[in-house]
Design a protein around this ligand. Structure first.
Ligand code: PTJ
Length: 247
């Protein structure tokens, strides 16, 4: 399913040229995970939900792959949190930005017509309509980062305290951490620079983990904040992969 979504998104001009290479790298790590959400990833998802609910200004940052694989569920998460989604891509072109923005607008319309997530109480159509899609007109730059990928919005990434970023690039993650932001990343590679720098790393496949995050955002109480050792959590995910190699 993921491959189909990505090849269709590539044909629609949503993706970077290297997007399928990135996905293939992810698939290799996912194979070692047994294509299942491991215990350490499950704990990281709950910790992420707590940080996102606790945030003063949370933002969900998306790139081409994230939109292709999980646009609808990411919009549901944003609706529950009442936070914006910002398109922030590595290989930025006006054509890709427009294509990604249209795809998110279309997904928003579909999500608005579907039922609310289980356990969520309120006016779902209004909650979804209120989700802002940012990124097309950046008014700021991430300090200490070169090139167009530093472009961002003051209403989104620049002033957020907690940023959820699937498939983030190491340099940008580092620059945003230096700004004092809490970074929640999704990366199937527990050894990547992004995975090792982030506040919370979810070593899981994006399409598989977003529905779990959504359920936690609806159901987990924010007071349940856990003490978090990201390196220990990464080591546990790596141990799952190494055990599989030994089998
Ligand atoms: O849309 P853009 O312009 O921002 O470009 C996006 C890509 C993905 C091309 C760009 O960010 C990139 O080159 O990424 P990397 O450096 O190859 O990193 C991708 C990381 O994400 C790798 O560590 C993969 O293991 C991981 N990954 C790939 N697919 C998934 C994934 N992690 C979770 N779920 C996935 N579906």
């Amino acid at each position: 399913m993921g491959r189909k979504l990505l090849t269709e998104a590539a044909a629609d001009g949503l993706l970077a040229d290297s997007a399928l290479i990135a996905h293939g790298r992810g698939e290799a790590y996912d194979y070692l995970l047994g294509e299942a959400t491991c215990e350490s990833a499950r704990a990281a998802i709950t910790q992420s939900a707590i940080l996102m609910k606790d945030a003063k200004r949370c933002v969900i940052s998306v790139n081409g792959n994230a939109v292709a694989l999980a646009a609808a569920d990411l919009i549901r998460c944003a609706a529950v949190l009442q936070c914006p989604i910002e398109i922030n891509i590595y290989y930025r072109t006006p054509e890709r930005m427009t294509a990604l923005s249209s795809r998110l607008d279309r997904a928003k319309k579909e999500v608005r017509e579907n039922s609310a997530p289980n356990g969520w109480v309120g006016d779902w159509q209004t909650a979804v309509s209120d989700v802002k899609i940012l990124g097309i007109n950046p008014d700021s730059r991430i300090p200490n980062l070169d090139g167009p990928r530093a472009n961002c919005c003051s209403e989104g990434i620049l002033n957020a305290d907690v940023i959820f970023v699937p498939l983030e690039d190491g340099d940008r993650c580092e620059a945003l951490m230096k700004m004092g932001k809490k970074m929640i990343v999704v990366d199937l590679n527990p050894l990547s620079r992004t995975a090792r720098r982030a506040t919370v790393t979810i070593v899981d496949e994006l399409m598989r983990m977003v529905p779990i995050l959504l359920s936690d955002l609806v159901n987990v109480e924010p007071e349940r904040a856990l003490k978090w050792d990201n390196q220990a959590n990464l080591d546990n995910s790596l141990a799952v992969m190494l055990r599989r190699l030994d089998e």
